[in-house]
Design a protein. Structure first.
Length: 196
């Protein structure tokens, strides 16, 4: 059975952790400045699992690859779940809360009719309003080039940082491009519709 130091100090271990940290730091949801932190976290995780290594059952390379890949999967899931939740805890509409005058009342009683409609899927938006919004969207969309539409889809799907990484440009340039598109659309739609 190999010792802890044999697994951790193996040349393959250092090379794999370095390559995985570089790849991960350039992926969506991570930053390049995290590369060294990612290396250290992978190495620490490997240290906690090194007692499970048995050289009679496999090679150091296979063990290290399995452990590092496992850590990467857990880290990506952790970051994704944190992003989805956004640090907001769920609140029941029936839960009581303290209102400004010192009396408790249910949260549902503080919601407007429009809020309730959106929450329950019974929105009071009329068919005519829906058609107007759709027509306005098509009018705005017709002002965009195919490249701008693809760019906006990237921003919606990946955010500013993800779009910058995907397109290999700075976040500042992404923000400037968005501002330019917005300004051009607003100028061309000014005075034509309530949604411009």
């Amino acid at each position: 059975m190999a010792s802890r130091s044999d697994v951790v100090s193996h040349p393959f271990t250092a090379d794999l952790i370095r390559r995985k940290a570089v790849f991960l730091s350039r992926s969506t949801g991570f930053t390049r400045s995290e590369e060294e932190d990612l290396r250290q976290e992978m190495a620490l995780f490997l240290l906690t699992k090194v007692d499970l290594f048995n050289n009679a059952r496999g090679t150091v390379e296979a063990f290290v690859t399995s452990v590092v890949t496992s850590w990467i999967g857990m880290e990506v899931r952790r970051r994704t779940s944190h992003k989805r939740r956004g640090g907001v805890r769920a609140i029941s509409l029936d839960a009581a809360f303290l209102s400004s005058d010192g009396e408790s009342e249910p949260l549902a009683g503080r919601m407007s009719e429009a809020d309730c409609g959106r929450r329950n899927g019974t929105s009071t938006t009329t068919h005519e309003e829906t058609v107007d919004v759709r027509d306005e969207w098509h009018a705005v969309e017709s002002l965009l080039t195919t490249r701008e539409q693809a760019f906006l889809r990237d921003v919606v799907n990946h955010g500013l940082g993800g779009t910058a990484q995907k397109r290999r440009i700075t976040r500042r340039r992404v923000a400037a491009t968005l501002a330019a598109i917005r300004e051009r659309v607003m100028t061309s739609r000014a005075g034509r519709a309530p949604f411009a």
